[in-house]
Structures are given as structure tokens and as C-alpha cells.
Write a protein that binds this ligand. Structure first.
Ligand code: FES
Ligand SMILES: [Fe+2]
Length: 360
């Protein structure tokens, strides 16, 4: 397993950004042990319905706050009360701001330092998103809105496909943004028209137009994709093929050098002027399955490769170096990100065979 340091990205082991930590259904009133960013964490849902992520270990004496089924706190149903979570060991309770709000045997004295670290969490589009920042700062950008398509009339909402825990650094998943040359062998691209990348601050785009062996119904159909990351944690893609659709691919670090991946796809089945039928839903699910299988082709490579610290890149490979430079901004202190933007911002065209354009 190669770590952030091995790649030389920057001083922060884990990138700054919004990351998926699971489908929304993972957050319940039963606190769950989760592990991301090399840390043991606890996920729970308060009575208001708000999800929370807190450090797993109690500041009092270090008990794991979720991993318990036998304490009377848990057996009596007092593990979560209101928005607060209670430690199963001595019953200290911590509110949604992290501060200890009750000690059952010491109602008058609560140490000021008794705090459980909370992490910002947002539930959106059926998914739980956590802002991760080793500097502990506010989000530098809003969480994405997924094209506004989630819940939009005519669109069938995605289901979440868990794709595995992969023994690779997330940077190798983001390499895909530059990776022009893998589309023919891995994904069955045909009849290339255009491939370019645009770097804009914390955003990177990939513009793609080509045929596709499975995602277009007729051989002459073009698959046109605008694919982007807003930060390091998840890909979004507006895809025009047999259906208009919207892809989300999330990559969240578990340890420094390993990554959990998910895939999801929303499909536009009609223009919103009629009811969505079971047949529409079935067609959307089938289309999602085609996209999942296309992504599984990448996943099989990642699950089995060795780390690639320095690609032996040739000019027609696409701008791997630039993508990795862009990616490195999230491992550096936020004050240094602007310097990275100055170096990488702009458009790189790897191939342009559109009518009237000369081949690149
Ligand atoms: S260790 Fe958590 S209350 Fe004592
Ligand atoms: Fe790919």
C-alpha cells in the first residue's frame, strides 16, 4: 500500500474535501462504528433526524462509544437521547456541539475539556457526506447538488452500488480523469471525437465524446460526457447516451493508501410531463447496471494493481502529471491551494477529431 507521502502530494495524509461515508440508510438511532481517514468514528442519527459523526473514543476513559451491546445504557435504550449520544461505560452524554451535557453521577460538575469531536455531515441525494479537513476549517466549497436531478420530475433516483474496499490510494482513481488511453481497452470506447481536461481551482473536468460498445443503443450513437470532481472525493458526470443520466462515483479513504468506492446513476426516463411507471424504473435500473459494469472494469484494475508513484507517461496518455498536481492541492494546507491553481488552471486537449478540427 503506498501512502500520501510516497506520492509526495503534501503534508496532510488525508485530503481536504467532502467525502461520502455511506448511504443515508446507514445512519440510525443505533450508533454505528465506522472507520475512515485512518480514524475510528461513530455515526448516529438524532431524534430530529439529523445525522452525526463523532470520534469513537470517549474523552473520559477511552471507551468506544458505539461498540457495545451489553451495557445497561444500550439495553435500556439510552444510547441516543434527543440529539445527544451517551457513552456506554459511565454514561457521560455529549450533545450535537460535542460538549458533554450530562454526567449521571455528577450533575453539578462537568469538566470544560469533556468534548467529543464532531465532524460536519450533510445528508443529500440519499447519501451521507462528511467534510474532512486536517486543519479543522469550515468547508472551502459547498457540497455539490448533483445536477439538481435528484427528485427532479422525469428522473429516476439512483440506488447506491458499493464497489469495494480497494488497496489503492484515491489519487489513482482520480488518474482516470486524464486517462484517455484506457477508454478503448477497458470501457469499449469507439469512434473517438474529443477528449480534453479543464482545470479550474478545486474543480477538474473531463470532456469526452465517443461511441461506446454498451452504453449506446446504436453503433452510430455518441456518448457525450462532461465529468468532473469538485474536490477530491467524488466524481459527477452528466452523460448523454441512450438516456440522459447522471453518474456519481465516490472514493473515500479508509486508511492512508486504501479507499472505499461507490457508484450510483440517475436516469432521465421522460420529460416530467407524466407519471413515472414501473417500466421506467426497470429501464433506469438496467441502465444503472450497465454503468456499474463499466465502472467495475476500472475497479478490477485498481483492486489488483501495484501502486504507480510515477506513471511512465507518453504524450498521448493524457495529462496525468497535471491531474496529480491538481489533486495535490487537497493534501497541502488550504493557504497553499491557490499556488497549485496558478500552475494548473487551463484546458488540455488530448484529442480533437470533431469535423472542422485538425486531429490532435
Ligand atoms: S469512558 Fe465514557 S463515560 Fe467513562
Ligand atoms: Fe475508467
Amino acid at each position: 500500500m503506498a501512502t500520501t507521502k510516497d506520492y509526495g502530494f503534501g503534508e496532510h495524509d488525508f485530503a481536504r474535501g467532502w467525502f461520502m461515508i455511506g448511504p443515508a440508510t446507514d445512519a440510525t438511532s443505533v450508533p454505528a462504528a465506522i472507520r475512515y481517514f485512518g480514524k475510528d468514528l461513530v455515526l448516529y442519527r438524532g431524534e430530529s433526524g439529523n445525522p452525526y459523526v463523532v470520534d469513537a473514543y470517549c474523552p473520559h476513559m477511552g471507551a468506544h462509544i458505539a461498540r457495545n451491546r451489553t451495557s445497561y445504557i444500550v439495553l435500556d435504550g439510552n444510547h441516543v437521547a434527543g440529539e445527544s449520544i451517551r457513552c456506554p461505560f459511565h454514561g457521560w452524554s455529549f450533545g450535537p456541539d460535542g460538549a458533554c451535557d450530562h454526567i449521571p453521577y455528577s450533575p453539578d460538575f462537568i469538566p470544560k475539556a469533556a468534548r467529543l469531536r464532531h465532524y460536519p455531515v450533510v445528508e443529500r441525494a440519499g447519501i451521507l457526506w462528511m467534510w474532512h479537513d486536517e486543519e479543522g476549517g469550515e468547508p472551502t466549497h459547498e457540497l455539490a447538488n448533483f445536477g439538481g436531478h435528484y427528485g427532479e420530475p422525469g428522473w429516476v433516483e439512483w440506488k447506491i452500488d458499493y464497489m469495494g474496499d480497494l488497496p489503492i490510494h484515491g489519487a489513482e482513481i482520480l488518474d482516470n480523469m486524464a486517462d484517455y488511453a484506457h477508454f478503448v481497452p477497458i470501457h469499449g470506447a469507439t469512434d473517438w471525437q474529443y477528449f480534453a481536461n479543464e482545470f479550474k481551482g478545486h474543480v477538474i473536468h473531463q470532456y469526452y465524446s465517443a461511441g461506446h460498445r454498451t452504453l449506446t443503443a446504436n453503433p452510430e450513437d455518441m456518448l457525450v460526457l462532461d465529468t468532473w470532481y469538485e474536490g477530491p472525493g467524488f466524481l459527477q458526470s452528466e452523460m448523454a447516451g441512450t438516456f440522459d443520466s447522471f453518474i456519481m462515483i465516490a472514493n473515500t479513504p479508509i486508511e492512508n493508501g486504501s479507499t472505499r468506492a461507490w457508484h450510483a446513476l440517475m436516469v432521465k426516463v421522460h420529460d416530467g410531463s407524466r407519471e413515472t411507471t414501473e417500466a421506467d424504473r426497470a429501464a433506469a435500473l438496467e441502465y444503472q447496471e450497465g454503468s456499474r459494469l463499466a465502472f467495475a472494469q476500472d475497479v478490477e484494475i485498481w483492486a489488483n494493481k501495484r501502486p504507480c508513484l510515477n506513471p511512465m507517461a507518453i504524450p498521448k496518455d493524457g495529462p496525468f502529471g497535471k491531474v496529480r498536481q491538481w489533486y495535490s492541492q487537497f493534501h497541502k494546507p488550504r493557504a497553499e491551494a491557490a499556488k497549485v491553481h496558478e500552475r494548473v488552471n487551463g484546458v488540455v486537449v488530448t484529442l480533437d477529431k470533431r469535423p472542422g478540427k485538425s486531429a490532435a
